[in-house]
Ligand binder design. Sequence first.
Ligand SMILES: *Cc1c(COP(=O)(O)O)cnc(C)c1O
Length: 232
Amino acid sequence: MSSVEAKLQQVRTRIATACETSQRPVQSVTLLAVTKTFGPLAVRDALAAGQRAFGENYVQEALDKMAALADLRPRLEWHLIGPLQSNKTRAVAEAFDWVHAVDRLKLAQRLSEQRPAVLPPLQVCLQVNISGEASKSGVAPGEVEALARSIAALPRLQLRGLMAIPEPIDGSEAQRRPHRALRELLEALNSHGLALDTLSMGMTGDLEAAVLEGATLVRVGTAIFGARAPVA
Ligand SMILES: *Cc1c(COP(=O)(O)O)cnc(C)c1O
């Protein structure tokens, strides 16, 4: 068994245990393997161990990796989880299946205009600044509904839900608070007529807290691929 395979198995077990605790079916949580800073071989190892969905933060790094993995393209699902700049929207609209960190209408409009007609709609989450001023990216909770309505109306995007990166904190109760807030925000949007099914929350350090609060997609890097070298 490769070390990636063994660690993937451990992460799947963590997810399954949290699902059991919260009486949720284990299939209700999708594992996104975050491969930023790791090369194409890491993706191949994970795919060989049954992993299909991969998350990347940096557009150029992701495009290089996709090119090196072109032979596997139909079997891979690529998610952009990092911040998106407006000069990169065309490449993103052409190459990714999902974008998690949309936080402005302008970006969403460009993605919708640039999504090739031959591809299915781009799957989109809004990033919410759920921990307040500590994190700089994401929409303020009070502004999410208006933005969600505008984005849901764009033709080449499918708005799926909300994403957050809560500030790192110790203790399971403290970790659950921001995840709970994100879930309650999603529930409020749905009670106002939107139909969102995705809560993208939970990473290596807090995935149990996220699953207990309803995460449907956890983004895990370190626990699968090991520690990343610091980005220069
Ligand atoms: C890097 C990253 C992750 C994965 O973090 P780990 O702690 O390594 O699991 C998840 N989400 C986002 C947005 C990231 O940038």
